[in-house]
Design a protein around this ligand. Structure first.
Ligand code: HEM
Length: 489
């Protein structure tokens, strides 16, 4: 038999729960409406759980960054069913400054996807741990460590010999990737590129195959984040373990080589005295290999391909190089040569290399722009929001670069002076690229050698179709035909 009191209690409970639910729905509705008035315009994602479509469109053609900004404004959001602002994308220099210079945004979120292959190091930590890592890695990039061109010179000569042998069309991107793989083995790991019989567990080319496999696995883990448990684990674990064994070999070799410890400029030697353990050193070396991989080689490939359709600029470069002669090939002369530097700066502007610089809000924070009806008010950013810097729009802003910003014109650098957050091919703020001086001077070195040797270069690739990956490259390669003065006669 049911007691009337129990019935009353059950009825009241239903009423209370029902009222609470209704209040919650009304509250969410009102909050959303209020937010909608103050939140920036929205990119309508049709994949509304992880926004894979946004990732896809910006990677398959990074010029979509400009398209989205033109349609939505300098600061817009990407939302999914769980979050009205899962990411905030900005090409506003003030917001870029707040994201990259402030302490409210970090990189530790990457550890989830990168941790297994890269462990804890410079690119996956924040705060004091990051400061300690950066201090450890930085000495390898000191000025007196960067003016030794011996290995680079050997690699460049080898590449030029290969181009001369092929006589026909070469993929300069592939040749440069090989050359820079060897220079980084020397610069970062202290390994001699020509000595495969020094006891290393496997060859550099095998290392590279495993590296690419590892990067693929890491990329998928970064995209899936907490859901990366769905991915197959066994093969990825083997790949990571093999890659670690290669780096461990370089560390053990450096620990034994007392002579090199006194004189070598390679990073493995500059890091070891400060590393907490071999595993710590391994992580920092892996992180630098990652940051280094494909960056300088992509920049040089871009310049060569751009100039392959602009013979007048190639001739101007060649004339300058021949006029300067052998004394051009010092750090200072390469770094300060206006003709060469203007070409490099313009290439860095015109073809963005870095995939978008990303951060995540560590705590609730504010961006100076993007809020309010006109987007000019401060914008509240909840902790956990991903921030993405739109380098493409920043680098093609006509207000900064002129109405002809879409064209490749090195001479514009004689009169423009963009701010730190308007031109940032190497990032900005505390986490700006440690290798930028190295990349620029090495690019100047290789370009000068190539243009000094070859009278002309002709495009064999066709239209430039950028595609994202670890760096943004031309999807159909970098095929060109070099011609030396003898062949031209
Ligand atoms: C054209 C060549 C290069 C470009 C365009 C480039 C671009 C960048 C960018 C945009 C960042 C900042 C990423 C962020 O804020 O999250 C960065 C960071 C970094 N880069 Fe480069 N980079 C280049 C070459 C290199 C080279 C050759 C090395 C090393 C040999 C290197 C080492 C690093 C390191 C260690 C960092 C991390 C700094 C930190 O988190 O504190 N980069 N790079």
């Amino acid at each position: 038999m049911r007691l009337p009191l129990m019935e009353l209690n059950a009825q009241s409970a239903y009423i209370v729960v029902g009222t609470l639910l209704t209040c919650h729905v009304i509250y969410r509705f009102v909050v959303r409406r209020l937010q909608a008035r103050t939140l920036p315009p929205k990119y309508w994602s049709w994949e509304f759980i992880k926004n894979f479509d946004y990732l896809f469109y910006t990677n398959i053609n990074p010029r979509n960054w400009v398209k989205f900004q033109t349609n939505l404004g300098p600061t817009y959001r990407v939302s999914n069913i769980f979050n009205p602002m899962s990411s905030i994308c900005t090409g506003d220099p003030e917001n870029v400054h707040a994201m990259l210079a402030g302490r409210d945004w970090g990189n530790q979120f990457r550890l989830n996807g990168m941790g297994q292959m890269f462990e804890k190091g410079l690119l996956t930590v924040d705060g004091d741990e990051w400061m300690r890592s950066r201090k450890m890695v930085r000495p390898a990039f000191q000025r007196n460590n960067l003016d030794d061109f011996e290995v680079l010179s050997q690699m460049t000569e080898k590449m030029i010999a290969q181009i001369e042998k092929e006589k026909q069309v070469v993929d300069v991107g592939a040749l440069l990737t090989d050359a820079f793989l060897n220079t980084s083995m020397h610069f970062i790991l202290g390994l001699d590129p020509g000595k495969e019989d020094d006891g290393r567990p496997f060859s550099v080319s095998e290392f590279m195959k495993l590296w690419h496999e590892g990067i693929m696995g890491t990329g998928l883990r970064l995209i899936l984040e907490h859901q990366h448990w769905m991915l197959p684990k066994k093969r990825f674990a083997i790949v990571c373990q093999k890659l670690h064994s290669f780096i461990d070999f370089a560390i053990a070799k450096a620990r034994q080589n007392k002579d090199a410890q006194k004189s070598s400029k390679s990073m493995v030697y500059t890091i070891l005295p400060h590393a907490a353990s071999s595993a710590d050193a391994r992580a920092q070396l892996m992180h630098t290999l990652f940051a280094n991989q494909d960056t300088t080689s992509t920049l040089i490939s871009n310049v060569v391909q751009i100039l392959s359709t602009r013979p007048a600029i190639w001739t101007q470069l060649r004339t300058e190089v021949l006029e300067q002669g052998s004394h051009l090939f010092t750090f200072d002369n390469l770094r300060n040569n206006k003709v060469i530097q203007n070409i490099i700066l313009e290439a860095l502007r015109h073809r963005v290399i870095a995939t978008p610089i990303g951060r995540r809000a560590i705590r609730h924070t504010i961006l100076p722009k993007g809020g309010g009806i006109d987007g000019q008010s401060p914008l509240h950013i909840p902790a956990g929001t991903t921030g993405l810097v739109n380098l493409w729009s920043l680098h093609s802003d006509p207000k900064v670069y002129g109405a002809d910003a879409d064209e490749f014109k090195p001479e514009r650098w004689n009169h423009i002076k963009p701010g730190t957050n308007e031109f940032l091919p190497f990032g900005a703020g505390g986490r700006a690229c440690l290798g930028q001086e190295k990349a620029v001077v090495e690019t100047a070195f290789v370009l000068s050698k190539l243009s000094g040797r070859f009278e002309s270069v002709q495009d064999m690739t066709g239209e430039w179709k950028p595609m994202g990956g670890m760096t943004i490259k031309n999807s159909s390669g970098y095929k060109v035909a070099f011609k030396s003065s003898v062949e031209m006669d």
